[in-house]
Ligand binder design. Structure first.
Ligand code: UTP
Length: 296
């Protein structure tokens, strides 16, 4: 047991989002909604529900709308108060006090690894969580996914990455981890392989958008050369770390929705729409009717 507590999180949210063009030309992909909440709010809620107190959002200068989403809006609040719109006011007030949110601008968009480097002084000597700002996690065991990783970190005292089981026919799209399973959910990682052919994949466990790092990741990033697309890849830095330190994977209980990808957005919209009690029955009936009509 390391007993170390994780209170800080970094959310990279500066990327161009080219897979979701043309929408992302003017609106940050992290503000794409699932039902009525932007993706990034789900991510901040996941972190706050896992004991995170300080969050660093890595942005680009085009993403000012993200700051507006988390800042108070007194004029609107007053208007809602005057009109006794207490439900709407509560929805707005929920945004305050989830965690302290800090911002930093990534000067050039040189990849996820580069975005994480901007968190070096924020992290200091503390371990920290990383949650991709365009990916929503739907936990299936009541513990938020980043909370599941924090628990593994507390038990094993070394960096942890989220791993999601992926069917063999889709494994070639992901970074895949191989190693020794320590218990039902923890893998001691020996290797990370980028986009392997199904027969070469060391497992069916794909790296999945959530991490807990010791500050030693910054030294690893500093030594990592630019990789694919001339970007600094976090997976390359993790491979460095693996050669020197223990590194664990947490097989997550839950599902990931990569909203930066239109298919992830469509699937997430259906799943999260069906979860909302006020929409569930009507939406379900609509989906059933629509599927039936397609068959006819
Ligand atoms: P992606 O790998 O989805 O890259 O980033 P992208 O550039 O945003 O999107 P595509 O591939 O062009 O569609 C994963 C997360 O890392 C952030 C993104 O904002 C996203 O939340 N990111 C990516 C940065 O913060 N900076 C970068 O330079 C790249």
């Amino acid at each position: 047991m390391s007993g170390k507590i994780v209170r800080k999180a970094v959310i990279p949210a500066a990327g161009f989002g080219t897979r979701f063009l043309p929408f992302t030309k003017s609106v940050p992909k992290e503000l794409i909604p699932l039902v009525d909440r932007p993706v990034l709010q789900y991510v901040v809620e996941e972190a706050a529900a896992s004991g995170i107190e300080d969050i660093l959002l890595v942005l680009s200068t085009e993403k000012e709308a993200v700051i507006r989403h988390f800042n108070p809006f007194p004029e609107l609040e007053n208007r809602l108060r005057e009109r006794n719109k207490t439900t709407e006011l509560a929805v707005l007030k929920k945004l305050d006090g989830m965690a302290r949110i800090h911002y930093v601008y990534q000067q050039e968009l040189n990849g996820l690894g580069d975005a994480i480097r901007y968190a070096e002084s924020f992290a200091g000597n503390d371990p920290f969580a990383v949650l991709l700002g365009d990916t929503v996690m739907d936990s299936s065991n009541g513990v938020p996914v980043i909370g599941q990783l924090i628990d593994v970190f507390r038990r094993y005292g070394a960096s942890v990455v989220a791993l999601e089981e992926v069917p063999k026919e889709r494994i070639h799209r992901y970074g895949v981890a191989g190693g020794t399973m320590l218990d039902g959910a923890v893998l001691k990682i020996r290797e990370l392989v980028e986009k392997p052919a199904p027969e070469k994949a060391p497992s069916n466990l794909a790296v999945a958008a959530r991490y807990v790092f010791e500050p030693e990741i910054f030294a690893a990033l500093a030594r990592t050369p630019r990789g694919k697309d001339n970007e600094l890849q976090i997976t390359d830095a993790m491979k460095f770390l693996l050669t020197e330190r223990d590194f664990y994977g947490c097989r997550i209980a839950g599902r990931r929705y990569d909203i930066g990808n239109p298919m992830g957005f469509l699937q997430g919209t259906v799943e999260f729409g069906l979860k909302r009690p006020e929409f569930r029955e009507e939406f379900k009936a609509f989906l059933v009717r629509t599927l039936q009509q397609m068959k006819d």
